[in-house]
Design a protein around this ligand. Structure first.
Ligand code: HEM
Length: 473
C-alpha cells in the first residue's frame, strides 16, 4: 500500500485540510474519483498536494512536469509493495512483476520481454486476435439488451487468454481466464485495499484465495508448456524461451509474476478502450457512418489482416481520439522519490507519492482546444509530443504492451463493426468510475445489440456525469 501518513509538511499548494477531519476526506475523495479531484486541483498550479502542504499525494500537471517525473526512473520509483499481501503468501512471492520492480531488475525484465512483442511475434498474434473476435461478436445477443462493459470485457479476456497463454478459448470456457477476471474485479475494490486482513467475511480473504488459485493455475500451465513437444508462439511460450546473453532466463516465480502482470495489465485496459470506442461512435453517428464506409471500402466484407491497418486512416484517428478523451489509465501508478526531489519549484521529501495524469494532460485546453469534444479530425493536424499525449504512459516505463494493444485495437474494432451495431438504452445513467487506475463506467453501459447495418441512428438521451468527460449533444 502507498504510505499516506507520517510526512513532514512542505510548502505545497492545494486545498486546505478539512476542519477536525484533516487530510482524510480529501484522500478518500481522490481515491474514489481521481478525475473529479484532478479538475478541482488543476487551478492550484503544476505541482499540487491533494491536501495543502502534504506530500502524501501529489499531482503534477503539464508536459514538462510529466517528463520530469516519468523520464527519471532512478529518482521517481514505482512502489514495490503496492498490494498488501501477507509476507509469506504465494501472492507476495509473486509480486515481482514489472509494475512492482525497479532499477536493474526492471531493465532486465523489460529486455527479456522484447521477443514476445517483436514485429514477427505481433504478426503471429494477429490471426488469433481476429478469429477470437469474430467467434465472439457473431454470438452477441442480437435484438437483446446487454452490458457493453461485459461484452467487451469477455472479448478482451478471450483475446488475452489466447494470445498470452496459447489456450484455445473458442473450444470452451477457460478456467484461468475466469479466475483472473474474478481476481482483478476484487483486487481493485477499495474495501480489499483498505482492510488487508485475512479474516472471515472480509473481501481481502476471498481475493487472496482467488489470486492464489490463479497463480497455481498459471504455474501448472507453465509446467505443461515446458514439456510440450511443439514450442508455442504465445506470449508465455516466448517468455519461457527468453534469455540474457549469459543464457539465464526468468526464474519460475518471475515467470508466473510476469505472466499474471501482463494478463491483468493487458486485458482490462483493452476492454475499457473498446467499450469507450463503441460508446463514442454510437454517440457520434456521423463519425460512425464514415468509419463504416471506410471499413467496408477497404475490406468489402472479408476478414481483416494487419496489412489492412494502414489503409484505414479514419479508424486510426478515431482510436487516437478515444484514447485521448477516455484514457483507460487516467492516472499512473504513484511514483515515489528515492530521495529529496525538486519538482517545479517544490521540494518533495523521499517517500512522497507523485501521480501523473494522462487524463488531465489530454483534457488540457492549451494542448487540445475544446478538449471535451470528440473530434477525430483534430489528428489530421496535430502531432503531440510523448509527454503531451500519453495513453500508454511515457519514458522508460512506457507500457510494454503498446504495440500489441495498438495492433489489437485496430483489428478488433473494425471486426466488431463488421458484425454488430449497438445502441444505448435511453435515459440510463452513464457515469465514470476509476478503480485501480482504470477508467470504467460505474454501472456499465446498457446497449441493444443489432446485426451490422449502415443506417444513421440518432443517439437517445442519457444521464450521468460522463458528460463532464465528453461533450454530448
Ligand atoms: C489499450 C490498452 C492499454 C493501455 C491504455 C495501457 C496503458 C498503460 C499505461 C498508461 C502504463 C504506464 C503506467 C504508469 O506509468 O504507471 C502501462 C504500463 C504497463 N502496461 Fe499497459 N496498457 C495497455 C495494454 C497493455 C497490454 C496489452 C499489456 C500486456 C501485453 C500491458 C502491459 C503493461 C505493463 C507490464 C506495464 C508496466 C510497464 C513498466 O512498469 O515498465 N499493457 N500501460
Amino acid at each position: 500500500m502507498p504510505k499516506l501518513t507520517g510526512f513532514p509538511a512542505v510548502a505545497l499548494p492545494g486545498p486546505p485540510p478539512t476542519p477536525l477531519l484533516g487530510a482524510l476526506p480529501h484522500l478518500l475523495r481522490f481515491v474514489d474519483d481521481p478525475i473529479g479531484a484532478l479538475r478541482r486541483l488543476r487551478p492550484y498550479g503544476d505541482v499540487v498536494g491533494v491536501v495543502r502542504d502534504s506530500p502524501a499525494l501529489v499531482c503534477v500537471f503539464g508536459p514538462e512536469r510529466n517528463r520530469e517525473v516519468l523520464s527519471n526512473i532512478r529518482l521517481f520509483r514505482n512502489d514495490e509493495e503496492f498490494l498488501p499481501w501477507p509476507p509469506e503468501s504465494l501472492l507476495a512471492r509473486m509480486q515481482r512483476g514489472m509494475v512492482a520492480i525497479n532499477g536493474d531488475l526492471h531493465k532486465r525484465h523489460r529486455r527479456l520481454m522484447q521477443p514476445a512483442f517483436s514485429r514477427s511475434a505481433l504478426r503471429s498474434y494477429a490471426d488469433d486476435i481476429v478469429r477470437v473476435t469474430e467467434g465472439l461478436v457473431t454470438k452477441w445477443p442480437r435484438g437483446q439488451i446487454a452490458d457493453l462493459d461485459r461484452l467487451t470485457r469477455d472479448l478482451a479476456l478471450c483475446v488475452a487468454v489466447q494470445c498470452f497463454f496459447g489456450l484455445d478459448v473458442l473450444a470452451g470456457v477457460v478456467e484461468l481466464g475466469e479466475l483472473a477476471a474474478a481476481y482483478v474485479e476484487r483486487v481493485v475494490s477499495p474495501l480489499t485495499m483498505a482492510l488487508p486482513f485475512d479474516l472471515p467475511g472480509l473481501p481481502y480473504r476471498k481475493t487472496a484465495r482467488l489470486g492464489t488459485r490463479m497463480l497455481e493455475s498459471l504455474g501448472a500451465l507453465i509446467a505443461r508448456k515446458r514439456t510440450d513437444a511443439a514450442p508455442g508462439n504465445d506470449v508465455l511460450s516466448l517468455l519461457l524461451r527468453a534469455h540474457d546473453d549469459d543464457g539465464t532466463g526468468f526464474s519460475e516465480d518471475e515467470l508466473i509474476s510476469e505472466a499474471a502482470t501482463l494478463f491483468v495489465a493487458g486485458h482490462e485496459t483493452m476492454a475499457k478502450t473498446l467499450m469507450w470506442a463503441l460508446f463514442a461512435l454510437e454517440r457520434h453517428p456521423a463519425v460512425l457512418i464514415d468509419v463504416l464506409d471506410e471499413v467496408d471500402g477497404v475490406l468489402g466484407g472479408r476478414t481483416i489482416t494487419p496489412e489492412d491497418i494502414p489503409e484505414m486512416p479514419l479508424m486510426d484517428r478515431v482510436i487516437k481520439e478515444v484514447m485521448r478523451v477516455f484514457p483507460a489509465v487516467p492516472i499512473t501508478f504513484p511514483r515515489v522519490p528515492a530521495e529529496e526531489a525538486a519538482l517545479g519549484g517544490v521540494t518533495l521529501p523521499k517517500g512522497a507519492n507523485v501521480i501523473v495524469s494522462p487524463f488531465a494532460t489530454h483534457h488540457d485546453p492549451e494542448l487540445y482546444p475544446e478538449p471535451e469534444r470528440f473530434r477525430p479530425e483534430r489528428w489530421e493536424t496535430i502531432r503531440p509530443s510523448t509527454y503531451e499525449y500519453l495513453p500508454f504512459g511515457a519514458g522508460p516505463r512506457t507500457c510494454v504492451g503498446t504495440a500489441f494493444a495498438q495492433q489489437a485495437l485496430r483489428l478488433m474494432l473494425p471486426t466488431i463493426l463488421q458484425h454488430a451495431r449497438v445502441s444505448l438504452v435511453p435515459y440510463q445513467d452513464v457515469s465514470r468510475r476509476t478503480r485501480a487506475n482504470i477508467l470504467r463506467a460505474r454501472d456499465g453501459v446498457k446497449v441493444r445489440v443489432q446485426g451490422a447495418h449502415r443506417r444513421r441512428v440518432e443517439p437517445a438521451p442519457i444521464r450521468g456525469d460522463i458528460g463532464e468527460i465528453v461533450a454530448l449533444a
